[in-house]
Design a protein around this ligand. Sequence first.
Ligand SMILES: Nc1ncnc2c1ncn2[C@@H]1O[C@H](COP(=O)(O)OS(=O)(=O)O)[C@@H](OP(=O)(O)O)[C@H]1O
Length: 389
Amino acid sequence: MLTVRHISHVQHCTQSLIDLKRSCSETAVVCTANSSSVHSAEVIIGDNVTRSIQLRDVSLVAEETEQSTWDASYDEAKYIEAKFGSFCYSPKYPYFVATDKQLLSESVLRERGCAKRLPKVIIAGVKKCGTGAVLRFLNLHPNITGSSQAEVHYFDSRVKRDLTWYRDQMPYSSQDQITIEKTPTYFNFPDDAPRRIREELSPETKIILVLCDPVRRAVSDYLEYQWRTTVPGAGAAKRIRKTFELTVVDVGYSESVKEEQEIVDLGVYIKFLIRWYDAFEKENILLVDGTRFSNAPYRELQKIEHFLGLRPFFREAHFSLNPDRGIYCINFPKEYCLPESKGRTHPIVDDIIWQKMCDFYAPYDKMLAKIYGYNFSWVGHCEQRKQYR
Ligand SMILES: Nc1ncnc2c1ncn2[C@@H]1O[C@H](COP(=O)(O)OS(=O)(=O)O)[C@@H](OP(=O)(O)O)[C@H]1O
């Protein structure tokens, strides 16, 4: 029997929960069920008023969360010891990027078994679903070291490079650290990226795919392309129109969603996922809910720790919402937020276009849940998703 307490981030309430909506984010849920499926829950609304609900009314799947008991999660000095005691770089705030300037002397590197190692884990997508924040936060874990370069693109655009070059792009790691690379474009391009990763790295490579609300993702991607048109040499976007609406829907003509438009197409996740599941065993792929991650980062990070077999480090208390930017920042061991290029202000999308986009993705999202058994938080909540526009 599994007892779940305090599911504190109910993200979307359906009609039957409408009267709980006001207190949704603080709602405590206590439920009892067998561990494989949790069906009903008792919701404490406040003042000892309880109500029984069906969990299918709540988009969040109940999960047992491991609370970190590691003193490195609480105490800065212990953290530094855990992260840097056998690390190849000297401490520097923020701790997220390992730069050559912080590299220790050759004799220390040798003594600690430091070397540049090929990644054992790849965050292979999806673009604009929070992959940058996932990597930056994970990088804080004492047993992880992320690639120092933002994105390596070895398996997509660096076709003339070889594995020696690829390894050289990685940071130094000690033997008890896992090297992670993130290039979100691998998700959809090229078609043989999953196969090459399997063959050139290892079939045991762990693949992390962050998937998120495809409508919001499309808006974010649109903004990125729009921004690129203002930056010389950033690679101007193809077929981006003056507004998001004109870019994704054939407004004034067929009025249908432009399925072939790249920013629309990328949200049909199931189409690209098949390649990953063809190349890797199911146990080696983790689908992260990027929409849930943006509202409760620690939950998804805990899932990743579990997937990678890491000692639980992340705690809810490590994260706080930056109200001005609408994104979560980490506050341990020091305050750190991702740079301004993340958490851009989104335009308010026309209601009809928003609905059309939701309707377009709905069957694919449902298929995703059915085939891969993931209950993504955005699926079936088009109306509520508007608040995150
Ligand atoms: N904690 C936190 N910090 C920063 N950013 C966060 C975070 N959580 C989610 N997000 C969302 O991540 C969106 C950018 O996604 P990616 O990092 O995958 O973009 S990229 O593909 O690498 O360009 C970015 O999208 P925009 O809001 O459109 O900028 C963020 O909303």
